[in-house]
Design a protein around this ligand. Structure first.
Ligand SMILES: Nc1nc2c(c(=O)[nH]1)N[C@H]1C(S)=C(S)[C@@H](COP(=O)(O)OP(=O)(O)OC[C@H]3O[C@@H](n4cnc5c(N)ncnc54)[C@H](O)[C@@H]3O)O[C@H]1N2
Ligand code: MOO
Length: 426
């Protein structure tokens, strides 16, 4: 069966949806919820801020003194964390950033704008110190109103939100200690092939080390999945069938294999699954053309091709986006436009994915199109998309790239960044 990339993406997302039960939330402490997805709406149990407070270290001014705050008698200082008494007309209270605004106060004047521009000692205050503030203070100046960030009872985060540092910070700020998150997506990972050996063991003639299990396990864990590694399986279809039959029902959301799915005489996955509901397709993608997708005894199954780069490209093109759509995690990859720094050719009938190094809006290809080029893959930070219908592109043309690794920083670039304005206090 032949498929476009979009058709296979839809098939994989549909497959995952059929097997994954998002409705059995786990409740986790915030510290363990990074990278997870909210299972239910979370409402703010308190307003943020919980009370009117000062945005600056300065003087709290009474509403009646805003027009002409001259020679105000300095009242008791208000540190953050205290509950101040009401502010009397004709007085100004030294107030610290984050401290509760006293009843009667309508604005805060920063200490730098006061005369004198320093805080008095307790002894000076007791001696009747006065302060002069600029005329015409605007009501609400440097006051952070209760609930101005989020009012109590409002939805702080909706179900399906990906929990990064900012989202966890919001929940912590609202006093939420534990959150209901969707369960981790569970994957049983197995690699096939008589030629494949465990890294660390001696390498017999004609064999290669298993790169795929480690590569895919890392990719899946990085994407928030829970991974169980199966021992390496050879090229005997009966052994593989037994391995499939031994998977306890309900123990995994997906079985993922690599290798054994193309046109050879010993395609173990294909042979083991003959007559099953798994479909073997040729997707218009390179690398990652041969693909298997279906269910084994009701358990969703994907078969990726054996070449390591094909396995990673398959993961990035099909499985990772489906995990984002179905389980809510991981966050989708960043896709950018980049300028090619060289000419490139591509098979017109396929969507070719090259590996590249993206930096400063430009992309250079790393290595050739071959799907065995692990070293070049490790030196790249993006996938470069040469879509179906495109036979060649020239230096200076624009391409889409998917960032899969960190972008190197140019140590001198910061000097070129234009300064657009001064930071404004919150
Ligand atoms: N006559 C044809 N031959 C091939 C076709 C085709 O259309 N017609 N497709 C080619 C493409 S494209 C790919 S991709 C591969 C996919 O083959 P399989 O999925 O069946 O994978 P294997 O044949 O088992 O292995 C392919 C390649 O990858 C190496 N390999 C396998 N497992 C691992 C592992 N765990 N770690 C590292 N490397 C692994 C294996 O030794 C082979 O070199 O088929 C092409 N052939
Ligand atoms: O499709 Mo294969 O994955 O080119 O190498």
């Amino acid at each position: 069966m032949r498929r476009t990339v979009a058709e296979h993406q839809a098939a994989v997302a549909g497959l995952l949806r059929s097997g994954y039960d998002a409705g059995r939330p786990e409740v986790l402490p915030l510290a363990d919820a990074l990278g997870r997805t909210l299972a239910e709406d979370v409402r703010a149990p308190v307003s943020l801020p919980p009370f009117d407070n000062s945005q600056m270290d300065g003087y709290a001014v009474h509403a009646a003194d805003l027009a002409d705050p001259c020679a105000l008698v300095v009242a008791e200082a208000i540190p953050a964390g205290s509950v101040p008494p009401a502010l009397e007309r004709g007085t100004a209270a030294p107030i610290m950033t984050g401290a509760m605004l006293p009843p009667g106060a309508a604005a805060v004047v920063p200490i730098e704008r006061a005369d004198p521009p320093r805080f008095y000692s307790a002894a000076e205050r007791a001696g009747g110190a006065t302060v002069t503030l600029p005329r015409g203070v605007e009501a609400g100046l440097f006051v952070r109103r209760a609930g101005s960030d989020i009012p109590e009872g409002e939805t702080a985060l909706p179900a399906g939100t990906f929990l990064g540092p900012a989202q966890l910070g919001l929940l912590a700020g609202c006093g939420v200690g534990r959150v209901p998150v969707r369960p981790r997506f569970r994957v049983l990972l197995l690699s096939t092939g008589d030629e494949v050996a465990e890294p660390g063991a001696p390498l017999a003639p004609g064999t290669i080390y298993d790169a795929n299990t480690t590569l895919l396990e890392a990719a899946l864990r990085d994407a928030g999945a829970d991974v169980t590694r199966h021992r390496l399986l050879g090229d005997d279809p009966a052994v593989l069938r037994d391995a499939f039959a031994a998977i306890p029902s309900g123990s995994t959301d997906l079985v993922l294999s690599t290798g054994g799915i193309s046109q050879g005489a010993y395609e173990v996955v294909k042979q083991a699954l003959t007559g099953s509901s798994v479909e073997f397709s040729s997707v218009a993608l390179q690398p990652g053309g041969p693909q298997a997708c279906g269910t084994i005894s009701g358990v969703p199954f994907l078969g990726f091709p054996g070449n390591p780069v094909s396995a990673l490209v398959s993961f990035e093109m099909f499985l990772r986006p489906a995990l984002s759509r179905v389980a809510g995690s991981p966050a989708p990859r960043l896709v950018l436009d980049a300028v090619l720094v060289e000419d490139v050719r591509s098979p017109e009938a396929k969507h070719q994915v090259r590996r590249g190094l993206y930096r400063n809006g430009e992309v250079a290809l790393v290595g050739g199109p071959g799907s065995h080029l692990l070293h070049a893959l490790a030196a790249s930070n993006c996938l470069v998309h040469l879509p179906e219908g495109v036979g060649s592109l020239a230096e200076g043309d624009s391409v889409e790239v998917t960032l899969i690794g960190p972008v190197p920083q140019d140590p001198f670039a910061a000097q070129d960044v234009p300064v657009t304005g001064l930071p404004v206090p919150d």
